[in-house]
Design a protein around this ligand. Sequence first.
Ligand code: SAH
Length: 230
Amino acid sequence: MRFDIISVLPELLESPLNHSIMKRAKDKGLLEVYLHNLRDYAPGKHRQVDDYQFGGGAGMVMKPEPISDCIEHLMAERSYDEIIYTSPDGQRLDQALCNRLSMKQNLLVLCGHYKGVDERIRQKYVTMEISIGDYVLSGGELAAAVLVDSVGRLIPGVLNDETSALFDSFQDNLLAPPVYTRPAVWEGMSVPEILLSGNDKLIDEWRHEQSLARTRERRPDIWEKYVGGD
Ligand code: SAH
């Protein structure tokens, strides 16, 4: 799977995508991430990518031409399953969307800055708009990093234990159960006895019960979906 990411600050993405699971995914050849600096497509000595807002008001807007040139350049080389714009007014990223995106081959991600991109870019090129939550970031790079990480780890073969992603929170509309490691007693607190029993069936049942209880208590919204079966 391949991500192409367009940004005015590609440096922001280098570290998050070059360690741990993302690095392993790349080393295994399962994930490719290419960063494209929008300024390389901006003309003039100043490589200007933003301009004043029509209608007045504070804040700059990203100009359409460099973005268009960059997207056209990339589209001439391959076709994209989706052209994604990271935006607070987009569809909220959740595990179901991550699952769907993990089955794609080529995704192009456009990171906004300042007040965002000229609306006509969204009309002409963008096929999907994704928000990582109801808050405003200074730029789309952190959202793009979240997207690549959450989608990339679902590509088969990326995680060592292939089944482990299946037991993560949200994967079955439930939150994950609590987890423990050694020592069995720490600061006077013991690990639940059942986890030391060696009885896989009872352990599975206990974990499932914990997931149910946790979801019911903490996330009634997800719980409703689970009991509603959608
Ligand atoms: N004026 C815009 C926010 C611009 S923030 C508004 O109020 O909607 C600058 C850029 O950061 C955006 O163009 C977008 O690419 C990115 N961004 C900010 N918040 C985000 C979020 N919650 N999810 C995804 N991207 C976000």
